[in-house]
Design a binder for this molecule. Structure first.
Ligand code: SF4
Length: 137
């Protein structure tokens, strides 16, 4: 699929690392003295890291990329601790939740709303419920 992704200009990048904390998805790492996008799956394309770069080495472009994966991002940033998770949730513009129509999924919406409240930002949460026979309710 084509979507918005960040692109790092290696010639401009001086490896200062200022962009790393600017990416709450954990999509950037310093490798061999340059900032690198470690996985398309982690980049949401919102460009939160752009303003952190003193070299103007990062821009957003549209290109073929794997779809962003919130699930993998959360797995990736859980180990970084609460502040990273808060930073990630704070910069999101909205949250969409898809859950099954079964009791064990019922608390997911409440958990997400609480997490967003703790992140100090109100977000629109869109909830899609899927029946056990696969229909959107
Ligand atoms: S902030 Fe800019 S110059 Fe510094 S490591 Fe990141 S991309 Fe490179």
């Amino acid at each position: 699929m084509k979507r918005q992704m960040i692109k790092i200009d290696e010639d401009k990048c001086n490896g200062c690392g200022a962009c790393i904390p600017g990416c709450p998805e954990g999509a950037l790492q310093l490798i061999d003295g340059k900032a690198r996008l470690v996985s398309d799956l982690f980049c949401d394309g919102l460009g939160a890291c752009l303003g952190n770069c003193p070299q103007d080495a990062i821009r957003v472009e549209e290109r073929e990329a794997e779809p962003y994966s919130e699930e993998l991002v959360m797995e990736n940033i859980m180990k970084a601790g609460t502040n990273t998770i808060k930073a990630h949730l704070t910069h999101l513009k909205s949250v969409s939740l898809v859950r099954m129509d079964v009791p064990c999924c019922g608390g997911t919406e409440v958990l997400i709303k609480r997490a967003l409240e703790q992140a100090g930002k109100l977000h629109f949460v869109k909830v899609n419920v899927i029946s056990i026979d696969g229909k959107i309710i």
